[in-house]
Design a protein around this ligand. Structure first.
Ligand code: DOR
Ligand code: ZN
Ligand code: ZN
Length: 448
């Protein structure tokens, strides 16, 4: 058997630890991991000079946009950003134009993506109004449903507990997770109306509206509804101690619940707004030092299941609106997540084992992506070669993403992705994109 290629002199992150080895790749899969002398013949060999090879990052929270929001990001630019950041699989959020919330809108999105993506992409759907449709949507390939509780986006009435319960019954039956943006719409709406009446259009008003209780109220409400149903709830971007505690408690009570934190909520406090201003505004917003410390405890004590970037590209003009209520919230994150987390490993904030769990193993497990998430024979050949000790400055002007800004711009990072392989193909080499659009593939959730 002749492999497609062999990578020699790798320090590969395997189940048993970091091992000096060679990796043979055949037909998009890891064919063999072992000593160079035991490797199969190969058409091509690459010497990795003892660089670290990690399983490719699986980012389960990405807004790739495209279609009618292509001016912010396209499948091509978004997945180029992923490849540059060592991310080999992304899960795309449905708040698009048109909103992904039917078999047809998903099919259109899949078809466009297929021709353009550089990494592997799976898709969430919003809930449709008609709860007979989720079955078709899953059959079409959705990896899960997204429930945006801050504002009405999909077809499901977010103010109606009974409707939510019926929807969760459906997803439990279909065995797909529901990823939630947990901010309570009713509390938010009331607060925003009041602030607008008082002619408040500033950042402080935004923080007041999106306060900690708004997150907690949504988390608690959904956990209570879900306790009667047993669906898998996955809380996106938790930002508060209270929210995380509620999730920890539900876990103890054996609810099927998981959660995510983002690098921006882990690495920045609300004080960062003083220098970064409105450009750094996200939903949920940055929090106090106490909350940030609670998130880190969650990371080390394993209440937090995974790290997702919430890559949310916008144009700079959209970030620059006169009123805070018109500012598009969100920051890009695909190109900074892995380097920042590796930097935290150097700083001993978390171990490399924990970083790999949060970035690759757990997302694979939670979203049932059984063929990836670790370096093992037979798995998808999705990996990232990192120069673990290399220090570099984050420079948002060089991003592959259309959104060329970042709250981390100018930060010194340590641990640089230097090559990204997707389905056994080199996609990024020394921060250059070297593969053709369409070399990534569409990911469907494996059914259990
Ligand atoms: O900051 C955010 N940006 N939070 C969200 O929930 C939406 C996202 C976006 O789509 O821009
Ligand atoms: Zn969100
Ligand atoms: Zn998001």
């Amino acid at each position: 058997m002749i492999a497609d290629f062999v990578l020699n002199n790798a320090k590969a992150y395997l189940k048993q630890g970091i091992v000096d080895c060679s990796i043979a790749v055949e037909d998009g899969k890891i064919f063999k991991i072992g000593k160079e002398t035991h490797m199969s013949k190969a058409e091509e060999k690459t010497d990795l000079h003892n660089l670290l090879v990690l399983p490719g990052v699986i980012d389960s929270h990405v807004h790739l946009r495209d279609e009618e929001k292509a001016y912010k990001e396209t499948f091509l630019t978004g997945t180029a950003a992923a490849a540059a950041g060592g991310v080999t699989t992304v899960l795309d959020m449905p708040n698009n134009t048109p909103v992904t919330m039917s078999a047809q809108t998903l099919r259109n999105r899949l078809q466009l993506a297929k021709r353009l993506v550089l990494v592997n992409v799976g898709f969430y759907s919003e809930f449709p109004k008609n709860l007979n449709e989720p079955k078709e949507i899953v059959a079409e390939g959705a990896v899960g449903f997204k429930l945006f509780m801050a504002e009405q986006v999909g077809g499901l009435n977010i103010d109606d507990d009974e409707a939510l319960k019926e929807a969760f019954k459906k997803t439990a039956e279909l065995n797909v997770p529901v990823a939630v943006h947990a901010e309570d719409h009713r509390l938010l709406k009331k607060a925003i109306e009041k602030l607008k009446l008082a002619k408040r259009h500033d950042l402080t008003a935004f923080l007041k509206a999106h306060n900690e209780n708004v997150e907690y109220a949504a988390v608690k409400r959904l956990l209570d509804i879900n306790a009667q149903v047993g669906n898998h709830l996955h809380f996106c971007h938790l930002s508060t101690e209270k929210g995380l505690d509620a999730v920890a408690e539900a876990k103890k009570a054996d609810q099927k619940v998981t959660c995510e934190v983002t690098p921006h909520h882990l690495l920045l406090t609300k004080e960062a707004y003083e220098s970064l201003g409105v450009k750094a505004v996200t939903m949920p917003p940055l929090r106090s030092r106490e909350n940030v410390e609670a998130l880190w405890r969650g990371v080390t004590e394993e209440t937090v299941d995974l790290i997702g970037s919430d890559h949310a590209p916008h144009t700079l003009e959209e970030k620059d609106a006169n009123s805070i209520w018109d500012v598009k919230v969100g920051v890009p994150g695909l190109e900074t997540t892995l380097p920042l987390m590796l930097t935290m490993v150097h700083k001993k904030r978390l171990s490399l084992d924990r970083a790999v769990q949060l970035l690759t193993e757990k997302p694979a497990e939670i979203f049932n992506l059984n063929d990836r998430g670790c370096l093992e024979q037979g798995k998808n050949a999705d990996f990232v070669v990192v120069d673990f000790n290399q220090r570099f400055k984050i420079d948002a002007s060089k991003f592959q993403s259309k959104a060329k800004f970042s709250p981390f711009n100018g930060w010194e990072a340590q641990g640089k992705p230097v090559k990204t392989f997707v389905n056994g193909q080199l996609v990024m080499d020394e921060q250059r994109i070297v593969a053709k659009p369409g070399s990534g593939s569409v990911v469907r959730r494996a059914q259990t």
